[in-house]
Ligand binder design. Structure first.
Ligand SMILES: NC(=O)c1ccc[n+]([C@@H]2O[C@H](COP(=O)([O-])OP(=O)(O)OC[C@H]3O[C@@H](n4cnc5c(N)ncnc54)[C@H](O)[C@@H]3O)[C@@H](O)[C@H]2O)c1
Length: 332
């Protein structure tokens, strides 16, 4: 099959491209590299079935492009105010890619009679008043708060996608992805678990915002990719909206302690800053629907996923160390 992955050089997109290539599909990765990296897909360039187009999806793609399925993952995704890659810093880009970008990709899907999957987010539930969150829950979102550039644009992306299936008979569906982690996450986007891992590996203080009692559910990347593929290709998934994430819920403090343990780190856990405005206190998916329609649930345990992610960042840190030392030794 010929498949377009928008946002394919990002964290989730790069794993999805790898998996699709492994399954012998032709993959066109479209990405403007605003938060992604060519490093994530460098191995894929060796494969004759992999094509990369450096392009901003808010602009139309060439009329001649022929595809059978589109996964739309293009969007900044980090909520951390301190990161230049976060949707706070990339507010306009985030609003446009989830609105205009989604519209352009939907039009391309319609023209090609292609299947379409919009990757939405658990953020559309905002600071939820219902726990765990079912797909039927409409959420508790501020339309003007600091996170609204992401939350509301994802909600509008969903609206556009649903319009195309309702009024224009497009074979489309929506994945509401919850917190995901694994290799290929950018150190610079400073998402919680990466911050913890990097600080722990460097034996620097592990910083928790707020009192650490807010909870998160983290799902390992391979499970999310499996869920996205099933949602795109399983029968009876047209017009479905499905949560993908781990229902295993822990406090942020628990994650900090677990990372510290798994890295044998000497880091101190410190509580330094107030919770950012609108930070959700609880987030946990109800995955009944994913189990029923996709026969899907996470398979990889939190510890196993964390160990793989820790190993990936260990290698990155070591590589940087050796690069520095090589440079230094050339002056000796
Ligand atoms: N990682 C998570 O925990 C998580 C959770 C829920 C939803 N999501 C969603 O999954 C998708 C992928 O997230 P991620 O964590 O891999 O983020 P990421 O930032 O690593 O990947 C996003 C990719 O989209 C590209 N992109 C952004 N705007 C673009 C544009 N206008 N044109 C072309 N490419 C563009 C970026 O360069 C990047 O490669 C996003 O839509 C995000 O909202 C992620």
């Amino acid at each position: 099959m010929k498949i377009l992955v928008a946002g394919g050089a990002g964290f989730i997109g790069s794993h999805l491209c790898q998996r699709l290539i492994k399954e012998k599909h032709q993959v066109i990765c479209v990405d403007n590299l605003i938060t992604g990296s060519l490093n994530n897909i460098k191995e894929l360039f060796k494969n004759k079935n992999f094509f990369f187009i450096n392009h901003d999806v808010i602009k139309p793609l060439s009329q001649n492009i022929k595809i059978e399925a589109i996964f739309h993952l293009a969007s900044p995704a980090s909520p951390n105010h301190h990161s230049k890659l976060s949707y706070h810093h990339l507010a306009m880009e985030t609003m446009l890619v989830n609105s205009i970008g989604t519209l352009e990709l939907l039009k391309l899907a319609e023209k090609n009679q292609a299947k379409f999957l919009f990757v939405s987010s658990s953020e559309i539930y905002g600071d939820p008043l219902i726990h765990p969150q079912k797909e039927s829950y409409f959420g508790n979102v501020s339309p003007t708060g600091p996170r609204s550039v992401y939350d509301e644009s994802k909600r509008f992306g969903e609206t556009l996608t649903a319009y195309f299936w309702r009024s224009r008979n497009l074979d489309a569906r929506i994945a509401r992805v919850f917190n995901t982690f694994g290799p290929n996450m950018q150190k610079e986007d400073k998402r919680m678990i990466i911050n913890f891992i990097i600080s722990a590996l460097e034996n620097k203080p592990i910083t928790i915002y707020g009192d650490g009692q807010q909870t998160r559910s983290l799902c390992y990347i391979d499970d999310i990719v499996e869920g996205l593929i099933r949602l795109m290709f399983f029968p009876k998934t047209k017009e479905e909206i499905i949560n993908l994430g781990s229902p295993e819920e822990h406090s942020v403090f628990y994650y900090a302690q677990l990372v510290k343990k798994l890295t044998n780190s000497k880091s101190k856990i410190i509580f330094s800053e107030e919770l950012p405005q609108d930070d959700p206190k609880k987030r946990k998916p109800d995955i009944t629907k994913a189990k029923r329609i996709l026969n899907w649930q996470p398979r990889i345990s939190l510890e196993e996923g964390l160990k793989k992610t820790i190993n990936y960042f260990k290698k990155i840190i070591l590589k940087k160390f050796y690069e520095k030392n090589r440079h230094y030794s050339s002056y000796l």
